[in-house]
Design a protein around this ligand. Structure first.
Ligand code: NAG
Ligand code: NAG
Ligand code: CA
Length: 420
């Protein structure tokens, strides 16, 4: 035991002289970050596309639904090369690097032994250093993490897990100056809602800021993300309830974001998109074919925010074309009628579920009588609907669902318009 302690003392001392060790309790360090110019944390499908400096040039970019759909949005962020940060304390100049492992996952450069001591997995050498490795942190049920990047995986991942279990992890701030967590659902395939109720599986977050409401979701949500405000919170719990038998699996990347850096997004935006165009979708939208989908969960109320990129003053939304041939808009109770089509999205009172864009409530119109059995989930629309929001304020889309009558959801392309 003694020799073990001596070993660590020597190791820590040596490391302090050479490569840096950033211990979780290493508070009070000033961190200077450099970011990839393209904004790798941007959530949109075009996050890798630089915001255009010339509004006229940018106006020539239009959304291509085919290539847009074929990209895994959130994973684009993983393809950036190592994000180099330098970190200095008052006493000694030290450097700590985030790194990208060969498989695209993000980690932190640590001394190999220290990486293992922290429960990490060494994944290759860090570029410019002999002794440090790219240390990845993977956790599963009942684990805690204090790392900048954490991957939370279901038991047996990537194989499916079909047993009942409450799977919970706790995330502690790596530094006292962490303000937000970003959760990237690299893979989130849990049991679907039943009539909108997440009565089998459910993902939920607790312990964040008291006034930060994060909805509870279920179903297939691969590619989605959440921002969680934690500046006033202690440890945050991320839980996946797994009830009954289902071939479920998940892999959630959790990134801790430091206050006053350009990775922080406006508070209370559950989702945040950057770039001049992209796609926003409701939860559990992608699932299944035209008639098998179960739609978005009940009891949601959240806000999607979109960055007003420099040189752009308004935003237009239109329906994305849909791979299944069913048009992509089903929001709220749509009463059966003899018509074979719905007229949505329509601006209406929307007594049930609705989207708010530019102060206007939108929901679906009518649906064919023959589809009453699917309760409005299959909604062929006749209007593609283009809506432009030219607010001088921030671009926001609020989505609200109540406890009954869910529908397929929304799938909208957005495009920023240059200032005139
Ligand atoms: C879903 O929840 C609502 C509200 O609690 C309830 O009225 C409804 O019966 C539930 N549906 C199913 C299929 O469980
Ligand atoms: C919607 O369109 C699809 C494909 O064109 C068609 O198979 C389906 O019957 C339509 N549904 C309704 C409710 O009209
Ligand atoms: Ca509803």
């Amino acid at each position: 035991m003694l020799s073990y302690l001596v070993f660590w003392k020597v190791l820590l001392t040596t490391s302090a002289l050479g490569k840096v060790i950033n211990h979780p309790t290493n508070y009070g360090l000033r961190e200077v970050r450099e970011y990839p110019a393209t904004g790798a944390m941007g959530a949109g499908p075009f996050a890798s596309m630089e915001p255009q400096k010339s509004p006229l040039l940018a106006a020539t970019y239009y959304f291509d639904p085919v290539s847009g759909r074929s990209q895994n949005l959130e994973q684009l962020g993983l393809n950036t090369q190592s994000i180099v940060r330098s970190l200095s304390s008052k006493e000694n100049e030290v450097a700590l690097e985030a790194c990208v492992a060969a498989d695209g996952r993000e980690g932190t450069c640590y001394d190999a032994s220290f990486c293992m001591e922290l429960g990490g997995v060494p994944m290759g050498q860090c570029e410019d250093s002999g002794s440090s490795v790219c240390c990845l942190f993977e956790v599963s049920c009942d684990d805690d993490s204090y790392e900048e990047f954490t991957y939370f995986k279901s038991p047996l991942y990537p194989r499916a897990y079909d047993k009942e279990r409450m799977c919970k992890i706790r995330v502690g701030k790596k530094k006292s100056t962490i303000c937000q967590l970003r959760l990237d659902f690299l893979d989130l395939d849990i049991a679907r809602p039943t009539e909108g109720n997440c009565s089998q599986d459910m993902l939920f977050i607790s312990g964040q800021n008291e006034n930060n409401v994060v909805p509870r979701i279920c179903g297939l949500n691969t590619g989605h993300h959440f921002y969680v405000d934690v500046d006033e919170s202690g440890m945050v719990s991320i839980q996946v309830m797994m009830i009954g038998s289902y071939s479920r699996k998940f892999n959630i990347k959790i990134t801790q974001l430091e206050c006053k850096t350009n990775k922080i997004v406006p508070e209370h935006c559950l989702q945040y998109y950057t770039g001049t165009h992209g796609v926003i979708k409701s939860f559990n939208y992608e699932e299944g074919g035209a008639t098998t989908f179960q739609g978005y969960p009940n009891n949601l109320d959240y806000t999607i925010c979109l960055k007003k990129e420099p040189g752009f003053c308004s935003i237009s939304y239109e329906l994305a074309s849909d791979v299944t041939g069913v048009q992509p808009f089903g929001v709220g109770l749509v009463s059966a009628s003899s018509s074979s089509t719905v007229t949505g999205p329509v601006s209406a009172e929307c007594p049930d579920d609705f989207l708010v864009i530019g102060g206007i409530r939108l929901c679906s119109g009518r649906i064919a009588a023959s589809t009453t059995s699917v309760r409005g989930r299959e909604t062929n629309t006749t209007v593609t609907g283009l809506l432009t929001d030219s607010t001088p304020g921030p671009f926001m889309v609020r989505f609200v669902s109540n406890g009954v009558n869910n529908a397929r959801g929304f799938n909208l392309q957005y495009r920023l318009n240059p200032c005139k």
